[in-house]
Design a protein around this ligand. Structure first.
Ligand code: AMP
Length: 700
């Protein structure tokens, strides 16, 4: 063996060579260790290589290589994770659970595309890996950034951690990749490695992970990449985000390209020409499930042609061109120990089954929702019963049935409470269904603004991830602040710092100087908030992310939206009609929104909050399109495309698609057979055009 020169004897040229040699050598041993689980050298020798590398880098900081092993392990980012805004959102997938729904999905796609009945339409089918998704960005073939999905718009910067994953190339193979390539896929932990890792955790007296997916998430989201590096993380590439050039013409070819560029792809992916073939692949993959070596929770189908994927586009949080076919739920039996009543943010009383903990599908379950009073009655679940429970993927566990209803000495039927379990014990009422006007299933606490349980839930919702997302202010802190009367409504959050001379947060239990000042900084950061997030945060009944996004894109500014909602109190007003005309806002929702702002209690709450924050205007979508911001209504039969595609297309160009004609309508696109809408539009003097004229206008 050649004796190595002491580090302080090395000249710059020798250092360059030595760093290159060490980078290669260490990478080789990493592959043996992480990928093949077969180290060729002892830990001590491996550590020596690393130490030498670190020492040379300390001597020659300018010579540190971009692929240096020190960038892969042991460097601790100074604080939390940075945030990365996804250039293209990372979406979720819609789910189906049976064959009929798969057939319906393919039919829906064909209808949208107006696909001829006698022509086949290809789909890919591949395992749905049960890990966490990650987007990895390459520029000029080099890995530059990696982010978790986060809320779909913004993820965590896990670049250093992803660099430690053995089957993620740091440099792409070949040379035909686009200069900008964001590869997306799943980070996971193989099942055998998971078992070994948990055993080691247990031996070390550390907490074990419930399942490989949690373990993968916990391992990737480590502040110290050195810990991630020691975990058996793997990556399957199956999709992409921003690309400077199209990857291929089809999904199938694009994934083969990812393979050629050095990624691990899943070899169980198949190309299918019909729903029957898709279902056959699903059944095959399901049979292989136990022997794959990694957890999967279903099969994903994707329209193969990428141009068709573009035409199909997205609906709120998931693409129209893909579908997850989930495996059937896993079941287990256990004892029902108690039925608790939880109070939600809208006052709904939800019965929750408290179960003797049992493992279902790899996760320990001790709670299951019983939904409402009718469901408790239907199941006739009673304390002490043995119950069958099930869970499918992320779905909240459910009670399926009682297994021993005829046993002796069974408890009395559960008496659903007539009062809220909150300290005020406000009467709970079974309300009418807003849509049908008949007795509904929800029992609601009537103390809307007084009930402390509801108030806490609303505050929790206010700071939740899709809303204000204030770091360091979670359920625990909200509960404590509320109990002490420090935060009783949203505006109070923003005055915490100003009141801190009295509050002395840093001196409270569980707090210190750093955590208090971090919290104040996080709150400060959120003083500027998007209209969409604010609308989610207010917790208006029926207004979730999709509606908030729609409202924000339609009204663009808080002032505009707020004054319109106040004016819409008059149901005959143009403002109310305009609100209900928005595609996606029904009457019940419109009434809930208008009622929220008409309620004096909310008026004060909103006013105090708005005095503390600045609401950023929404950016009008695609300003350059001639139909951006215009309200468009489609009526009659369309020839060139389906109604759904026409609507989706218009929305993508920034138009507001409405379902009915009003004075606010800018364009009516009328096909053959148009009736009353056309008449009304003509009477109102609205710009009316044929489908052909519309297509010419949008340059299609
Ligand atoms: P869900 O989070 O249940 O809505 O499912 C959507 C997620 O499935 C995506 O965000 C991906 O993380 C994950 N996924 C796993 N395997 C695949 C696959 N083969 N294709 C697409 N998504 C997948």
């Amino acid at each position: 063996m050649i004796a190595l020169k002491d580090v302080d004897q090395l000249g710059p040229d020798e250092a360059v060579q030595e760093l290159a040699r060490l980078a290669k050598e260490i990478a080789k041993h990493d592959r043996h260790y992480y990928q093949k689980d077969a180290p060729k050298i002892s830990d001590a020798v491996y550590d020596e290589l690393r130490q030498r590398n670190t020492a040379i880098e300390a001597h020659f900081p300018d010579l540190v290589r971009p692929d240096s092993p020190t960038k892969r392990v042991g460097t601790r980012p100074s604080e939390g994770f940075g945030k990365i805004a996804h250039t293209l959102p990372m979406l979720s997938l819609d789910n189906v659970f049976n064959d009929d729904e798969v057939r319906e999905f393919t039919k829906r796609v064909r209808r949208f595309l107006r696909w001829p009945e006698d022509e086949t339409l290809a789909f890919t089918a591949e395992p749905k890996i049960d890990g966490l998704s990650c987007g990895i960005r390459y520029e000029h073939g080099k890995l530059v950034q990696a982010a978790t999905r986060g809320d779909g718009q913004t993820g965590e910067d896990v670049t250093q951690n992803v660099r430690t994953i053995c089957d993620v190339p740091k440099t792409l193979c070949g040379d035909d990749w686009p200069d900008v390539l964001e590869v997306r896929g799943e980070v996971y932990i193989p099942t055998t490695e998971f078992a070994a890792m948990n055993a080691a955790q247990e031996d070390a007296g550390k907490p074990v992970y419930a399942n490989p997916r949690n373990a993968a998430a916990g391992s990737l989201r480590q502040l110290d990449p050195g810990i991630s590096a020691k975990r058996p993380l793997r990556f399957f590439a199956y999709a992409w985000g921003e690309v400077s050039e199209p990857l291929a013409k089809t999904q199938y070819e694009a994934v083969q390209n990812l393979d050629a560029w050095g990624f691990s792809i899943n070899h169980h992916m198949r190309l299918c020409q019909s729903a029957d073939e898709m279902i056959a692949v699903y059944e095959l993959i399901e049979r292989k499930r136990a022997t794959l070596g990694y957890d999967i929770d279903g099969v994903v189908y994707k329209v193969d042609r990428l141009d068709l994927q573009t035409r199909l586009g997205f609906v709120s949080r998931s693409p129209r061109w893909a579908m997850a076919h989930k495996f059937p739920p896993e079941q287990a039996s256990t004892i029902l120990e108690k039925i608790d009543i939880q109070v939600g943010r809208t006052g709904a009383l939800t019965p929750v089954a408290k179960l003797h903990p049992v493992t279902v599908g790899g996760v320990v379950v001790s709670n299951a929702s019983l939904h409402n009073a009718d469901e408790v009655k239907r199941l006739d679940v009673r304390v002490g019963d043995q119950v069958l429970i099930q869970r499918a993927g992320d779905v909240i566990p459910q009670v399926v049935k009682v297994l021993n209803p005829d046993r002796e000495g069974r408890a009395a039927p559960f008496a659903f409470p007539t009062h809220c379990p909150c300290p005020l014990s406000t009467p709970a009422v079974r309300e009418l269904d807003e849509k049908t006007g008949e007795a509904g299933v929800i029992t609601r606490c009537s103390g809307e603004f007084a009930c402390p349980f509801q108030r806490v839930r609303r505050l929790e919702h206010f700071v939740s991830r899709q809303a204000f997302d204030i770091e360091g202010l979670g359920k625990k802190q909200i509960a404590a602040f509320f109990e002490e009367g420090i935060v009783t409504e949203p505006a109070d959050i923003f005055t915490l710092k100003a009141r801190n001379d009295d509050l002395k947060l840093e001196a409270r239990e569980g707090w210190g100087e750093t955590s208090a000042s971090n919290l104040f900084a996080a709150i400060e950061e959120r003083r500027q908030i998007s209209l969409e997030r604010l609308l989610i945060a207010l917790g208006i009944r029926h207004v979730g992310q999709t509606t908030a996004r729609l409202l924000s894109a339609s009204y663009l500014s808080w002032q505009n939206f707020h004054s319109a909602m106040l004016a819409a109190k008059d149901r005959m007003s143009e403002h109310f009609i305009q609100l209900t005309a928005l595609d996606g806002i029904g009457d019940v929702m419109a009434v809930a929104i208008v009622n929220y702002f008409a309620e004096p209690h909310n008026e004060g709450l909103v006013e105090r909050l708005l005095a503390q924050i600045t609401v950023q205007d929404a950016i009008p979508p695609k300003n350059d399109s001639p139909v951006a911001g215009k309200t468009v209504v489609f009526t009659g039969k369309l020839i060139e495309m389906s109604r759904d595609e026409a609507k989706a297309n218009a929305a993508a160009l920034g138009a507001k698609v409405a379902g009915s004609v009003s004075a606010k309508t800018d364009i009516l696109v009328a096909g053959p057979g148009a009736g009353s809408k056309l008449k009304k539009a003509t009477n109102l003097g609205i710009n009316t055009m044929t489908e052909e004229e519309w297509l010419a206008l949008i340059g299609n």
